[in-house]
Design a protein around this ligand. Structure first.
Ligand code: 3UK
Length: 568
């Protein structure tokens, strides 16, 4: 397999390179596609941004956010000024990490490009993160500098009290007074233009922390070439999009799903992006209507939450809908398709792989399946001994392609990468036609009375019931069966527990009805023996259900029951 070419590093601060895993622990890279023929030295900001200006597309729209509309030229000018502030005022040298804290808006994107232009490494953080989490990331990635939206400065200030690494924060965006942020002041004082640092194709440009449903966050390191590789393999190989397209998504830019769909991919092809600062389901629909969005990317639960509102918006501009982050339930796919006529493109990606590696679009979609390996990637399902399992059997998902996992100084590298393949922690099966079907996160498989039950499969069946808005299924400890299948259910707006179709008067009746409903759809042994109605499910900021929290709660309750039991 040809190796990607690379040149001499531009990093004077060699921290990132020094903390890459040893090369024998890297996944094998597949680098045989002609479109991955990048030069050994380039800066990804030049490819995604400057190139459009130098090739005469500077007046094309790049992004819209609230009242701000920037052309490619305007975005480049802002990013150039950010780069100058970093280098001339703060003394940033190539290879320095910069913590970036902002909403999805124009200034965040200018900062993102400014850091890359200066040869820095972006460490983007989700808006909802707390001081403790920020401090962990700052320490792990040794971010001396931070660029921070002033509306998000509180937790960062608190983080600075517990870690000494954060030496200098520059604020931007609207503040308490009508003044400009320090960054905007400094930018205004600069002349335009900046010569992008000539980074090597494999200089690190991004440290993305995993959103982590469990455990300590892991920093995944991505090179300049990785961002282009994902755009040129998955994106261009799967989604038919062009310069006239208008992209919109709900994921924060600190989540690589959002970064890809809202910045890297649209800018790779000279298209434009629209940002929605508070992307509630209705705000997203409103944005689609107002901005003429053609490509929408969000999480499965957001598609589901948009369903009741679809009739009130003109969505005729919409052409492509992309879902990732969690499995897309078939019920959601069908309902969305019924109303909009559009088949949602599901795709599984991960922070480690940068973006999506199994997907299907257009006529290739099989509702309920994730799809097939995207252009440039290979995938297989293996057993505990790493032997591929036959079609129809479940096992562990293993993938490889032009991108792959490289953790920042983390022993868990050897768990994610085995035999040169990336093990995502998901249980999958593959059918005779090579389609990959998601079963569960491997830790969301439930073993009850000797049966293996996939939590998402039970959820999928429950979601078909009109009274169910959201649900999560976990194992709850049970003396007899080892564990029981338990469902936590959020009822649809306006449904009272007593209003189940059974016409009963107590929540119990609805519970019984839901149980019977599931038994009609999937093998009866999988039905949830316990159902608890709740107001909301615990979720990560990237929208993933934290089943482990529900599991822990159930384990605690079981312990309490045991302690209270007579004779204990
Ligand atoms: C799960 C899915 C079923 C799966 C991500 C697209 O989600 C992303 O990255 P994370 O690191 O999580 C990775 C894990 O999430 N998952 C993601 N997509 C799907 N499960 N069907 C799906 N379509 O467990 C995976 O291992 O937060 C997604 C692009 C970039 C990303 N970072």
């Amino acid at each position: 397999m040809p190796k990607p070419p690379t040149g001499p590093t531009a990093h004077l601060d060699t921290f990132a390179g020094d903390n890459l895993p040893p090369e024998e622990e890297w996944p094998e890279l597949l680098w045989d596609l002609p479109e991955l023929d990048y030069p050994p030295v380039f800066n990804v900001a030049t490819e995604l941004l400057d190139r459009h200006v130098t090739e005469g597309r500077g007046e094309r729209p790049a992004l819209r956010a609230g009242a701000t509309s920037w052309s490619y030229r305007e975005l480049k000018e802002s990013a150039d000024r950010v780069a100058r502030v970093l280098v001339e005022d703060l003394g940033l040298v190539p290879g320095n990490r910069v913590l970036l804290r902002g909403f999805n808006d124009a200034m965040s994107v200018a900062c993102w490009f400014g850091i890359l232009k200066a040869g820095g490494i972006v460490v983007a953080t989700m808006p909802l993160l707390r001081a403790r989490e920020l401090a962990v990331m700052a320490e792990k990635a040794r971010t001396r500098f931070a660029l921070c939206d002033r509306r998000l400065s509180e937790e960062l200030t608190r983080a600075k009290a517990v870690t000494a690494v954060l030496e200098r924060t520059v604020g931007f965006g609207p503040g308490p007074a009508a003044d400009r942020g320090e960054l905007e002041e400094r930018m205004a004082a600069k002349t335009g233009g900046f010569e992008n640092v000539a980074t090597a194709a494999d200089d690190v440009c991004l440290i993305a922390f995993t959103s982590g449903t469990t455990g300590k966050p892991k920093g995944t390191m991505h090179f300049h070439r990785d961002l282009l590789a994902s755009a040129d393999s998955f994106f261009r190989g799967t989604l038919p999009a062009g310069p006239e397209d208008v992209f919109c998504g709900s994921a924060p830019l600190a989540f690589t799903f959002g970064l890809g769909m809202e910045v890297v991919f649209p800018f790779r092809i000279g298209a434009s992006a629209v940002f929605c600062e508070k992307p509630s389901p209705e705000a997203l629909l409103q944005t689609v209507e107002e901005a003429g969005v053609t490509v929408l990317a969000t999480a499965p639960t957001a598609y589901r939450a948009m369903l009741p509102h679809l009739e009130r918006y003109d969505l005729s501009s919409l052409r492509l809908c992309v879902s990732a982050g969690e499995t897309l339930p078939r019920a959601t796919w069908e309902a969305w398709h019924r109303v909009t006529g559009l088949g949602i493109v599901d795709g599984i990606g991960s922070t480690e792989m940068f973006h999506i590696f199994i997907s299907a679009a257009g006529d290739d979609i099989r509702p309920g399946a994730t799809g097939r390996p995207v252009r440039g990637y290979q995938a297989m399902v293996v057993d505990e001994d790493f032997r591929p399992v036959p079609p129809g059997e479940v096992g562990r998902l293993a993938v490889r392609g032009p991108t792959g996992c490289r953790y920042l100084a983390d022993e868990r590298q050897r768990e994610y990468v085995v035999n040169g393949w990336n093990l995502t922690g998901d249980t999958y099966r593959v059918d005779e036609d090579g389609y990959f079907w998601f079963e569960a996160r491997s830790d969301d498989m439930i073993l009850s009375s000797g049966y293996n039950i996939s939590a998402p499969e039970v959820e999928d069946a429950l979601l078909e019931h009109p009274a169910v808005a959201e649900c999560a299924v976990v194992a709850t400890p049970d003396e007899e069966r080892g564990s029981l299948v338990k469902a936590f259910v959020v009822l649809a707006a306006g449904v009272e527990p007593a209003e189940g179709r059974g016409g009963g008067s107590r929540p119990d009746d609805l519970v019984k009805e839901l149980q019977a409903f599931v038994k009609e759809r999937i093998a009866p042994y999988k039905y949830p023996r316990a159902i608890e109605l709740v107001d909301a499910l615990p979720r990560t900021e990237t929208g993933k259900v934290q089943r482990f929290k529900l599991r822990q709660r159930e384990e605690e309750r079981a312990r309490e029951r045991a302690a209270a039991a007579p004779g204990s």
